[in-house]
Design a protein around this ligand. Sequence first.
Ligand SMILES: Cc1cc2nc3c(=O)[nH]c(=O)nc-3n(C[C@H](O)[C@H](O)[C@H](O)COP(=O)(O)OP(=O)(O)OC[C@H]3O[C@@H](n4cnc5c(N)ncnc54)[C@H](O)[C@@H]3O)c2cc1C
Ligand code: FES
Length: 286
Amino acid sequence: MFRVIASQMIVPNMHLLTVNAPAVAREAKPGQFVILRAEEEGERIPLSLSDWDAKSGLITLVFLNIGSTTGRLASLPAGISIPTVVGPLGNATEIESYGTVVCLCGCYGIGSIFPIARALKQKGNRVITIMEARSSYLFYWEERLAAVSDKVIQITRDGTKGYRGHVARLPEILGSLEEPVDRIFANGCTFFMKRVADETRPSGIKTMVSLNPIMIDGTGMCGVCRVTVGSTTRFACVHGPDFDAHQVDWEELLQRRKTYMPEEVVPLRTSRCEERHFRSQEKSHE
Ligand SMILES: Cc1cc2nc3c(=O)[nH]c(=O)nc-3n(C[C@H](O)[C@H](O)[C@H](O)COP(=O)(O)OP(=O)(O)OC[C@H]3O[C@@H](n4cnc5c(N)ncnc54)[C@H](O)[C@@H]3O)c2cc1C
Ligand code: FES
């Protein structure tokens, strides 16, 4: 069992969970993720490692409350234990001395890019972090990211902080920098990363994204996380999650992420009480 040490909503709908998982904390590297279950009979969901401390054995996860399992996770009080935290899974992000790098992030990607930006900085890169949100009140970890970046730029849809708009302004922002950019790393929702890929493709700047297809086992066995990258089939859990953004078949990925949409919506429309009733009826018919 894995004890929840802290659980809090950091901005509307975005939650931070600190969990005692010493084996994961010992081995974790930037860009890796865990697969966890919020309760005994719950489903397995992947979440990126946003931070960890090998000494205390604690890991930090930042997640958007978007559906049934993340809703359940968000409601867990500190002190409770969860049954499963498997990891660290996936390959670590390639951290090299690139020169000037841009770390682009939005939504839960603001949390998951943090260890990547930190490692890039420690490796001697000049790190420019670009954060994107609908409005300024949705930014979090600004100070943490500033501490590992040479420069932080913000974009808000409503113009309440930084540039007004969204990632479509990226070419203009990159053009305004006083230096050429050697590599871009983007973390966030699939649509955000696809837009980043579209915007950086013409410049030819190598852009790495951390893909988030549906995953089940996270060990290359089930095939659910299949993605097409450069016309080759890859399993994001074992070959990724990082891939060259300009090689990803984004339409296929967006389509495959919607596979279980009807099933995902049902538990949200049904109260937990009704859900249990249906489950017990199903069991009595077995
Ligand atoms: C490698 C990886 C790292 C991720 N890191 C984070 C993170 O740090 N923070 C965060 O908020 N989210 C992260 N996600 C996405 C997160 O796993 C989904 O939001 C979560 O599974 C939704 O579950 P749910 O039951 O609450 O929502 P549901 O209502 O079941 O699903 C909402 C949407 O989430 C996606 N989803 C559902 N089940 C899965 C699954 N088993 N695997 C992947 N996607 C799924 C689907 O596209 C679905 O439409 C990551 C996904 C991957 C693959
Ligand atoms: S999650 Fe099953 S193969 Fe990747």
